[in-house]
Design a protein around this ligand. Structure first.
Ligand SMILES: CCCCCCCCCCCCCCCCCCCC(=O)SCCNC(=O)CCNC(=O)[C@H](O)C(C)(C)COP(=O)(O)OP(=O)(O)OC[C@H]1O[C@@H](n2cnc3c(N)ncnc32)[C@H](O)[C@@H]1OP(=O)(O)O
Ligand code: FAD
Length: 667
């Protein structure tokens, strides 16, 4: 990137950096070629004049904003298609495609559900014949789809969905119906005015029998005219906290008929005469959700890297207050409280990326086994995906909010982009499985694992530590990274044991297990969180250690500092748990605190270099505060001038309302 016009603070910060930023960029991308390909396509997209907005999107009306998002995303699809035809893009990862979408619209693409859930469901839940028919059309965007599962009355409890698909053997069709107001599909992204097809999750009935929820491939609009088909009631659900351009919709069916072969039949089937063939495992219907929970970690890592880049660069540019009399005002990044706000968010982005890759590899392996008929590891994968999605989304939202606060008043400006990123990340705590609901799924797995501990069974890998820490009351503490990881495992084992005991204590004669479960559920969520933190610490440390050995010593040192900061930060945050479940002393905690402050100081000179290592183009960052050149104040003023209110010196409301009010006051 050109160094001219860069503010003096950022020039100095970049000179201070002790490692090669390019090396970090390649590490994050997965190699030099991957970086080159990502940059090439980002360059083509971001410099296309059709992508640039004259009026920033936040000034547009709700309707205009959607139309603009569609226009620009269609250009993006066109460019990507042209490029993928021209080249093989071996290293062009799906995550890079997703990154580029932020350079096209600031908020969410109305096509996100097409790529993120419609295509994955077709790929994973259709039989071969169905796949051959639908997937190429969906990939080329000949048809546009979404994933319609949630209803007005039910989101978490999928078994409670009310939309019905009743098989009619006379015509070999399913008849879809929305029996009540609460059975309307509600929320699917792109459903309102973008998609012409969707996956509908509905209760299957055949030969008078109920077979539970199944996915169906449903055309909802005419391909030529886009008019909703007869029997389809579809529309938009209205403005939200964020996701303004996601085009979330509602959908109702009135005796809407689809062919029998539109039920996705990889797992379960309905034969021509209405005979139902059961799936090997009915939870395979939930497969797309597992996939998305896994890839959400990459999304969170990316959004955190954007927010981190904005807040760290801004903190290097911004000067405020004097630490010592008669000395210049400090760069706010030199206040240690500011470093405390910033650096954990930077390190968390790296942690989520490496743990995300580990989870992705686990997913690929388990999915391959499922393909061969072996479901043994599905419960463990489900438990992992649930708690990691839940905890990481909540942590990411907390970190983005902290980044926003770290930018003071300017962080509150939409033009900083932190409020939009905040909305995007906050939504992920709820969608694809609400936080507590997912944490309780992991808790189910932990309770079963504890039964295994009591029965002296061999546990699956991610919970094997439970056996190790099941007997000792307080585990021996050591002020090392290995000691911290053991400490987190001891806390998770202790909390799992207590939640298990709490259920038993609530199980008085006459009490159902489910009621005892509900009474103990605060402790169950706490056990799930502790288990998840143990995993985040163990995997991130081992992965960052491994990666540090593949790069130059200078970069390796920085990676280990970031990883150790993460472990130390969370040890201090969870000191209460460590005091309960390990022999940690107040002196040990003081040492951890001192090491934490040492790590902040070690990371400080490299802070700008580390966020430069995320290599996020200004167009993808979309921020007045975070641009590469650091021209914060100029950009804030330039953006303010774009306000339509500044187009005229006196707004007509003065003559209409304010002046009459003033005149009345005179009387
Ligand atoms: C390298 C690749 C890089 C790619 C990077 C690309 C980056 C791009 C990022 C793009 C991001 C994409 C974003 C997409 C945007 C998504 C937008 C949002 C979309 C949605 O929200 S769709 C709707 C989602 N809805 C939910 O998630 C609902 C949540 N509810 C449930 O999942 C279930 O109902 C629940 C809560 C699990 C309960 O189900 P239920 O049937 O009641 O089950 P039980 O509680 O009775 O449990 C029974 C038994 O089954 C087990 N179980 C449950 N679920 C599963 C599962 N999914 N898999 C396996 N097993 C499961 C459960 O544990 C129980 O087991 P037991 O043995 O204990 O009996
Ligand atoms: C931005 C956004 C995009 C979305 N996109 C889509 C989409 O494309 N397609 C789609 O199908 N859906 C989509 N959704 C819907 C989303 O998946 C659901 O909102 C989510 O699964 C939560 O369900 P719910 O809204 O019914 O919440 P509820 O389940 O009603 O949750 C409300 C409260 O009840 C609690 N609760 C519920 N059940 C339990 C329980 N068993 N134990 C303890 N507490 C419980 C929850 O913890 C929460 O505090 C989207 C949602 C959002 C916000």
């Amino acid at each position: 990137m050109a160094e001219h016009n860069v503010c003096v603070e950022l020039v100095r910060e970049r000179q201070k950096c002790t490692f090669e930023v390019q090396e970090l960029i390649h590490l994050i991308d997965g190699g030099i070629t991957a970086t080159e390909e990502r940059r090439e396509v980002e360059n083509v997209v971001c410099t296309d004049p059709r992508i640039k907005d004259v009026v920033p999107e936040e000034y547009l009306s709700h309707k205009e904003r959607y139309e603009n998002a569609i226009r620009k995303n269609c250009i993006l699809q066109e460019i990507l298609k042209k490029y993928t035809e021209k080249r093989t893009w071996d290293n062009f990862r799906p995550s890079n495609k997703y990154r580029i979408s932020s350079g096209v619209v600031k908020d969410i693409s109305p096509f996100m559900l097409h790529t993120g859930m419609f295509i994955p469901t077709l790929v994973n839940q259709s039989d071969d014949e169905q796949k051959a028919k639908w997937v190429p059309k969906a990939m080329s965007m000949e048809i546009i789809g979404t994933y319609a599962q949630t209803e007005l009355g039910h989101g978490s409890f999928i078994r409670g969905l009310e939309t019905t698909a009743t098989y009619d053997p006379n015509t070999e069709e399913f008849v879809l119906n929305t029996p009540n107001l609460t059975s309307y599909k509600w929320w699917p992204g792109g459903l309102a005015h973008t998609a012409n097809h969707c996956i509908v999750v509905a209760q299957l009935y055949s030969k008078g029998q109920h077979y539970g929820v199944h996915p169906f491939f449903v055309q909802i609009r005419d391909i030529e005219t886009h008019v909703p088909l007869p029997g389809i009631k579809v529309g938009e659900i209205g403005p939200k906290l964020g996701f303004q351009t996601a085009n979330n919709g509602f959908l109702g069916f009135e005796n809407f008929r689809i062919p029998r072969r539109n039920m996705l039949m990889k797992n379960a089937q309905v034969l021509k005469d209405g005979t139902y063939i059961k799936s090997k495992n009915d939870k395979l219907t939930y497969g797309t959700m597992v996939f998305v929970r896994v890839i959400i970690l990459f999304d969170l890592a990316f959004e955190l890297s954007r927010a981190a880049t904005i807040a760290v660069r801004y903190s290097a540019v911004r000067h405020q207050s004097q630490l010592k009399a008669n000395e210049p005002e400090l760069q706010i990044i030199d206040y240690v409280t500011q470093q405390h706000k910033l650096f954990i968010g930077v390190s968390t982005s790296h942690v989520f990326r490496v743990v995300g890759l580990w989870l992705w590899n686990t997913y690929v392996k388990v999915n391959a086994d499922i393909g061969k008929g072996n479901m043994d590891q599905l419960p463990e994968l489900h438990a992992l995906a649930c708690c990691l999605k839940a905890v990481c989304s909540r942590d990411a939202a907390a970190r983005v909010e902290e980044f926003r606060l770290a930018c003071g008043g300017h962080g509150f400006m939409t033009s900083s982009n932190l409020p939009i990123i905040n909305g995007i990340v906050s939504a992920s705590i709820t969608y694809e499985g609400e936080f507590s609901v997912l944490m309780l799924q992991t808790a189910r797995f932990l309770m079963k694992a504890w039964n295994g501990v009591l029965a002296r069974k061999t546990l699956t890998p991610t919970v094997s530590y439970l056996s190790k820490f099941s007997n000792s009351d307080r585990v021996q503490w050591a002020n090392t990274t290995a000691g911290i990881i053991s400490g987190f495992q001891a806390a998770a084992a202790g909390k799992t044991k207590e939640a298990y005991a709490a259920i038993q204590s609530y199980l008085k004669p006459g009490t159902d297990y489910e009621d005892a479960w509900n009474s103990a559920s605060v402790q169950l969520v706490s056990a799930s969180e502790a288990h998840c933190r143990a995993i985040l610490c163990e995997i991130s440390w081992s992965e960052m250690q491994r990666l540090s050995k593949t790069v130059s010593p200078n970069l390796g040192k920085v990676l280990l500092e970031l990883a150790e900061l993460y472990l130390t930060y969370w040890s201090l945050e969870k000191r209460g748990d460590l005091l309960m479940y390990t022999t940690i002393s107040t002196a040990d905690i003081a040492k951890l605190q001192a090491r934490y402050e040492e790590l902040l100081a070690l990371i400080r000179p490299n802070a700008v270099g580390i966020v430069d290592g995320f290599d996020i183009r200004d167009e993808i960052l979309n921020s007045t505060l975070g641009a590469y050149d650091g021209r914060v104040y100029e950009r804030l003023m330039e953006e303010a001038k774009k306000s339509p209110l500044n187009a005229e010196p006196v707004n007509e409301s003065f003559h209409k309302y304010i002046k009459p009010l003033m005149l009345k006051a005179k009387l």
